[in-house]
Write a protein that binds this ligand. Structure first.
Ligand code: MSP
Length: 514
């Protein structure tokens, strides 16, 4: 039977600057879900890329004294490199300056123009370049952008407009009929209320700069960067050039985005698609924002968290773990080194790292590194077994709802329980009594078996460390080729195999006292 597809996307990141923690966050979340769905047997397609046109990038290029495309070529490498270091398993990376993309933007533009959904007019109002957003006067106070608070620019220029007002009812209807279309639920309400107040036609071209896709029949107009960028979700999967692929993957199963770009995704994008007679995506999930030590992150404050530094200092998986564990996905969170170090030391080094090293060390010491055979089952064995073999459906539910933090919390119940099981069974005492060797074997087998299940469950979150643990367990089959189902099958760890070389997976971070 053909596998069911799962097409998910990250936003396309602006290339005006190098990546920061916010970019890493969205992408790590998408990667975790993608990995989990692959293990669950889906034919997953994860798309990411860069948003390279528009005034914001043009301005940054000017400051860097480079042509915009050169700046894009330079910055895109930092994204690609970061995704590699963060173990992002994307299937395609699209740049909006690519031909395959530009063609589709023009196709959609023409389609809407011919249909009469795009008309020429004049835009008078404000523009926020950092947000690449048009703001009508009524929403702007003291010339400041209502979203980011930075100064807007006053515009009065000829512009093409998209008749978004025409799609208001259809969009509302779509949202209401598709309960999961916009998540979390608070965001859904926000959008419903916004749409109910009435949608205006939106300006979709600019004449004041050059960096973008010109309208073929009116070349002084550059297509609005958001219309350009949003189209990537269909251009990348062959809307024009590979209909078979497109029909297999579209509609997208999920767009993961930050809350700041929800209106573009939940209003403008579906309206464009409705106008182009293409089905809207199935689901859009808007996550929250990170502040840093209680403050908004900004270059001028100098508090931008550099994901490269985090990976160098703490390791890729500790960083991935922290971002997804610390804050429920969908809510805002605060980043601090202290919080990160606490998580590493308590959850990773103390709980999981300790479990790995003590369980394996005892197998090495008491059974010459050969996984023992379990014997008679006692009450506490049964309890551990039932906890471990019943955990998967809960985790699946959480992850499918993008409740990463809750999923990890649940996995950690098993980690702690396994540690408790060892404490309580006291293998070091059993080892002193030859008559209790079978019991000792049972306890250690069960500890490793629980660890095997834990390792499968954390793979999507911490791909590098889980592979290390897997290797130490001595299992020959590849972890990334395992099916999730095997996490339900207690007893799959073969007795008699030799465990691998024991190495610390999560070293403790020593905090220097000042
Ligand atoms: N180019 C647009 C998206 C176009 S999608 C067709 C864009 N790019 S961005 O580079 O500014 O931001 C991309 C993502 O980073 C967004 O999802 C945004 O929410 C996220 N973050 C940026 N700063 C963030 C935080 N401080 N915290 C969490 N995520 C944040 O928008």
């Amino acid at each position: 039977m053909a596998k069911e597809k799962f097409y998910l996307t990250t936003p396309l990141y602006y290339v005006n600057d190098v990546p920061h923690i916010g970019h890493a966050y969205t992408t790590i979340a998408a990667d975790t879900l993608a990995r989990f769905k692959r293990l669950a047997g889906y034919d997953v397609y994860l798309l990411t890329g860069t948003d390279e046109h528009g005034l914001k990038v043009q301005k940054a290029a000017k400051e860097a004294n480079l042509p915009p495309k050169d700046l894009a070529d330079k910055v895109v490498v930092t994204f690609i490199d970061l995704w590699k270091r963060l173990s992002i398993s994307y299937d395609d990376f699209i740049r909006t300056t690519e031909k395959r993309h530009k063609k589709v933007v023009l196709e959609i533009f023409n389609k809407l123009y011919e249909k009469g959904d795009i008309y020429k007019g004049e835009y008078e109002g404000n523009y926020c370049t950092p947000c690449e957003t048009f703001w009508p006067d009524a929403q702007v106070k003291d010339g400041k952008c209502p979203d980011c608070g930075r100064p807007t620019e006053r515009l009065k220029e000829e512009s093409y407009f998209f008749k978004m007002s025409k799609y208001q009812d259809e969009l509302l209807d779509y949202i209401k009929k598709h309960e999961n279309f916009i998540q979390p639920i608070s965001r859904r309400h926000e959008i419903i209320n916004f749409v109910k107040e009435g949608l205006r036609d939106i300006s979709i071209s600019r004449t004041a700069f050059k960096w973008g896709i010109p309208i073929p029949f009116d070349k002084k107009h550059i297509i609005y960067v958001w219309i350009d960028a949003l189209t990537n979700y269909i251009s990348a999967i062959g809307y024009l050039e590979d209909k078979k692929k497109f029909n297999r993957l579209w509609p997208a199963d999920l767009h993961i985005i930050g809350k700041d770009i929800l209106k573009f995704h939940a209003i403008i994008w579906p309206c464009i698609l409705l106008a182009a007679e293409i089905e809207p995506p199935k689901r859009i999930f808007a996550h929250g924002w990170w502040t840093v030590e209680g403050e908004k992150m900004s270059k001028s404050k100098g508090n931008v968290v550099d994901p490269y530094e985090m990976v160098d200092e703490f390791g890729v998986d500790a960083f991935r773990y922290f971002l997804l564990r610390e804050v429920p996905f969908g809510l805002d969170g605060d980043f601090s080194r202290d919080a990160l170090i606490n998580r590493i030391n308590s959850d990773l080094a103390n709980d999981l790292g300790n479990l790995v090293s003590r369980a394996l060390t005892m197998v090495k010491r008491y059974f010459t590194g050969v996984v023992p055979r379990p014997d008679k089952e006692e009450r506490e064995d049964k309890e551990l077994k039932s906890l471990a073999s019943d955990i998967l459906p809960k985790i699946e539910k959480f992850i499918n709802n993008l409740q990463f933090s809750e999923a990890l919390e649940e996995i950690w119940k098993l980690v702690r329980e396994t540690n408790r099981y060892i404490d309580h069974s006291q293998p070091w005492v059993l080892a002193k009594d030859k008559a209790r060797e079978k019991r000792l074997g049972t306890v250690l087998y069960n500890s490793l078996e629980s660890l095997r299940i834990i390792t499968i469950l954390i793979f999507s979150f911490m791909p590098v460390s889980s592979e290390k643990i897997w290797k130490q367990l001595g299992i020959k089959e590849r972890l990334d080729k395992k099916t999730l189902e095997s996490a339900k099958e207690w007893g799959r760890l073969p007795s008699g195999i030799k465990i691998g070389k024991i190495e610390a997976v999560f070293p403790r971070i020593e905090v220097k006292k000042v």
